[in-house]
Design a protein around this ligand. Sequence first.
Ligand code: T4K
Length: 406
Amino acid sequence: MVNDPLESLAIFGATPAFNEQLHVGRPNIGDRAKLLARINKILDDRWLTNNGPFVQELERRIAETAGARHCIAMCNATVALEIVIRALELSGEVIVPSFTFVATAHALQWLEITPVFCDIDPKTHNLDPARVEQLVTPRTSGIIGVHLWGRACDVAAVTEIATSHELKLIFDAAHAFGCSHRGTMVGSFGDAEVFSFHATKFFNSFEGGAVVTNKDELAKKIRLMKNFGFAGYDDVVYVGTNGKMTEVSAAMGLAGLEALDEFIAINRRNYEQYRQALAGVAGVSLLTYDEREKCNYQYIVLEIDETVTGISRDQVMEILWAENALVRRYFYPGCHRMEPYRSLFPDAGLLLPETNRLTARVLVMPNGSAVSPEDIATLCGIIRTVVENGALVSGRLKQSAASRSA
Ligand code: T4K
C-alpha cells in the first residue's frame, strides 16, 4: 500500500485491482461432462422440449427438494408468475413490495392488474405485514410476498392477512430455492411459490423457473396453461401460453442439482469471508443469514450508512466499478420509481419511506464459484480503505467531478 491510501485506487489513476471484470451474477456450472452427456442424449433422442424426460426428472427432484406436492417447470420465473396469477384469477389490485426485481410488479401489470406497492421492514428487507393490512381495499384480490435474498418473508403474518380477507397468496421465491423458513423448506407456502433458475441465480437452468404448490387442482390448471391449454391432442380447455422449459435447460438444471451442496458450500464460505473481512468497518453492515435455517447464501448484501461512513453507496460503487468489480445496487430505485409505475403512481413513494431509504444504501457483492478468496480479500480491502477514509475520498471524488465539468 502506498502512503496516500487514495493513490492505490483506480478511480484516482492507479491500475485497476482486477484485470478482468468481476460480476455479481457469474453462473455456477455443475459437472460439464454430465451436462454434455445429457445434451448428447437429447440430440440422439431428438426430444428437445414439450415435457421431455429431463424436464420431468427435474420437476420430480425440485418438488422433492422444496417439499412440495407439485412442481411445474417453466421457461423463466416471470412467465411462471404470470401463469400463477392468471390461474388464481387475480384481478383489480394485488399488494407487492416495491423493493424487488421489477419482474414481480411487471407480471401483474402485464395482466392489467394494479400492483399496490407496500413498504418493507428495514430489518428483514421483506414486506412489513402491518403495512400490508393497511393497503387492503375491496379491489384487492391477492398478495405477492417476496422472499428477498432467500430470507423468507413473515409467512405466518402474511398468510393470516390473506386468510382473513379471503385473498390469494403467492410467494415470489425467485431467490429462495434451497432455503427454509422455521424449518420448512420454501416451496409449500401460500397458494403457490415461484422459483427462478436464471443464469445469475446460484442454481440455474440457463433460463428457467418453476411453480411449486400443494394444491392439486391449481397444479393441473397451471400445467395446462403453460402448454397453450392443451389437455390432449387437439383439445384446448383453457386460454394458455407457452411457458415450457426445454430439455437443454432441464439438463443444465439436473447438473446444477447434482452440485447443489457444493454451490451452497462455496457461497457460504464466501459469505463467511466477507463477514470476517468487513467486521468492524463502521457504517458497513452485511446482511446475515439465520444459521438455524437452510440457506443458499447467494446474495452478499451490504448496507452502507453514509451518515457514518461519510461516503455514499453510489460513490463506493463508482470506485469499485473503476476497479473492474461490477457490484450492483439491487433493487434500486425500487419498482415504484420505474416506468410505468413512476408515471401511474407518482405519489407512491410517500408510503414507501423504508424502501426509499434502503434503495440508497444497498450494494450487492459478487458471490459464487467464479469468485476466489483472493478476489474477496481484494474487494474487502478496497471497501475498508475507502470507508475508513470516507470523507476524504468523497471530497476527492467531488473535486474530480467538478474539475471534469469545469
Ligand atoms: N423475482 C425476483 C425477486 C427476481 O430477482 C427475478 C429475477 C425474477 C422474479 C424473475 O426471474 P426470471 O424471469 O429472470 O427467471 C438479473 C437476472 O436477469 C434476473 O433473473 C434476476 N432476478 C435479477 C436479480 O438479476 P439483471 O438485469 O441484473 O441482469 P444482468 O444481465 O445485469 O446480469 C447480472 C450480472 O450477471 C452482470 O454483472 C452480468 C452477469 N452475468 C449475467 C448473465 C446472464 C454473467 O456473468 N453471465 C450470464 O450468463 O437481472
